[in-house]
Design a protein around this ligand. Structure first.
Ligand SMILES: [Fe+2]
Ligand SMILES: [Fe+2]
Length: 233
């Protein structure tokens, strides 16, 4: 779709998508950057610094696209949002692994909803980011499973799972909104947030079982979910 054919609503939705994406990428870079102080060995320090660099590059990719689309910088928008809605920082190595597992994975599932986006520049950027995010996926999950198996995190594993599970689920946006319906109708995204939530749940179930934690009651953690999600383990 070329710019002149775009309706104001299409344009507005696209700008919102880019702003949220830019926010999530920079928030990830900041959160994992803050977490470096908790990493005990070089092997995982190398993984995490590489990961931070990639999140930073994703932010830059989205920022470039935003600038060529709107003619303005996304930086003030993202900085303001980070001030108003700062991302939680992990406060231990175990929590950082949990965050890497659930926050990053939520983002990965969300991005896949945009891979066939009707706006070509967004599609191109997102496909590149998805390819790189694929490489982030397994380590955090494996670390959480291994750390849980040591038995050394019995008291904190469930509260930290709840906290970062909520962050992961928030990546998808609220389900069944008019904004969702509109974005789907014009091919900006594939499906409603509820459907993506289900994919995410299914994806993490094996790790949830291996860690011997359970899914929290969504209402208890302030999460809006559609009825009929399959939470069974
Ligand atoms: Fe990213
Ligand atoms: Fe990532």
């Amino acid at each position: 779709m070329q710019k002149p054919e775009m309706t104001p609503e299409y344009r507005k939705t696209l700008v919102q998508m880019m702003e949220s994406q830019a926010y999530r990428e920079l928030a990830a870079a900041q959160m994992f950057g803050y977490g470096l102080q908790f990493i005990p060995e070089i092997k995982n320090l190398k993984f995490m610094t590489w990961h931070i660099t990639e999140e930073m590059e994703h932010y830059q990719d989205v920022a470039k696209m935003y600038e060529s689309f709107t003619g303005t910088s996304v930086e003030p928008v993202v900085n303001k949002r980070l001030r108003e809605k700062p991302i939680a920082f992990a406060q231990s190595w175990f929590e950082l692994a949990m965050a890497q597992f659930l926050y990053d994975r939520g983002g990965f599932w969300q991005l896949q909803e945009y891979e066939n986006c009707s706006f070509e520049p967004y599609r191109t950027v997102i496909q590149k980011i998805i390819k790189e995010e694929r490489g982030h996926q397994d380590l955090g999950m494996q670390m959480v499973v291994d750390l849980c198996k040591t038995g050394g995190f019995e008291a904190e594993k469930q509260p930290l799972f709840d906290k970062w599970f909520k962050q992961g689920m928030l990546s998808f946006g609220r389900p069944n909104t008019d904004g969702n319906k509109y974005a789907i109708s014009v091919g900006l995204k594939k499906r409603d947030s509820g459907a993506v939530m289900q994919d995410f749940l299914n994806d993490i179930k094996p790790a949830v079982k291996a860690c011997k934690v359970r899914f929290p009651d969504p209402k208890a953690i302030g999460l809006e979910c559609p009825p009929g999600l399959d939470w069974s383990l």
